[in-house]
Design a protein around this ligand. Structure first.
Ligand SMILES: [Fe+2]
Length: 279
């Protein structure tokens, strides 16, 4: 199931409630993205469902459990399962989060932030390089939403993200909603963030919804994309250019048509950006 070069169009995060309807209706989408760990089991329904979707769309495997930034050794069992999924589906994209979620073998349900220091860059970049060697392909890492900052922070988040990509040779999955959420929570300029990123490293965008909470914004992936995030996406397209873009929705999952509507808005912006680049 080898894939041709992925078009810079819009897709959706495919979750269980929509598998059947998507395959039946076959709406036009540039890609579908699934959480890798949901397909680690042998056989059964999920793999069969993914086979059906993969016959219709390019697939992106998006991981949440590799704990790239952890001080624990990389989980070889997890990597072996991911490797076998990659061999089976030959996905267009494979990504993980620039975060950690385990310590001393205990796993948290959250994606936790790394300190923005040269030591953390060296640590996580070496681990990303090992994962890429193991999978024999480049992976993308995604910027996460955060609600705290470390005192030992030596650089802005954007520089940290940019340097991790440069040092490890990985690509970036820029989550535009996470940049907006962090810019509100930590008081930085989101346009300056985009300007610090090398466009050549960016291989995918994420769009999603957030909600207000007492300390700022929470990246809940439970709503439509906010107007501020659409406008930041427009700024990213101007500075970085069009890339495959996935609309994510993980909580209070709505009807498939709502996701398709968000994806079609993203697709229109991507197409307009591609016309500008070509002109
Ligand atoms: Fe994301």
């Amino acid at each position: 199931m080898a894939r041709a070069r992925l078009a810079a169009g819009a897709g959706i995060g495919l979750r269980a409630p929509h598998h059947e309807e998507l395959v039946r209706r076959r709406p036009p989408l540039a890609l579908v993205e699934v959480h890798s760990e949901n397909f680690f089991g042998e056989g059964g329904m999920p793999l069969a469902a993914l086979e059906r979707a993969a016959a219709l769309y390019p697939v992106s495997l998006h991981g949440v459990g590799l704990s790239l930034g952890s001080a624990d050794p990389l989980d070889e069992r997890h990597l072996a399962r991911l490797d076998s999924l990659v061999r089976r589906f030959e996905p267009a994209l494979v990504s993980e989060h620039l975060a950690w979620s385990s310590i001393d073998g205990r796993h948290a349900n959250e994606l936790l932030p790394l300190p923005f220091t040269p030591e953390a860059i060296a640590h996580v970049a070496a681990r990303i390089a090992r994962v890429q060697d193991r999978l024999r392909r480049r992976i993308l890492v995604e910027n996460i939403s955060t609600y705290l900052e470390f005192d030992e922070r030596a650089m802005p988040e954007s520089e940290f993200v940019a340097q991790v990509a440069r040092r490890s040779g990985c690509g970036l999955l820029l989550d535009v909603n996470n940049i907006h959420v962090n810019s509100v929570n930590h008081g930085f300029d989101p346009i300056g963030y985009l300007d610090a990123i090398d466009p050549a490293c960016v291989a995918e965008y994420h769009l999603a919804g957030h909600e207000p909470w007492e300390l700022g914004l929470a990246d809940t992936l439970s709503r439509r994309v906010a107007p501020e995030v659409w406008s930041l996406f427009g700024a990213a397209l101007e500075r970085i250019g069009p890339r495959p873009t996935v609309v994510e929705w993980d909580l209070d999952i709505p009807a498939l048509d709502v996701l398709l509507d968000e994806a079609s808005k993203a697709g229109a912006l991507l197409a307009a950006s591609a016309r500008t680049v070509a002109a």
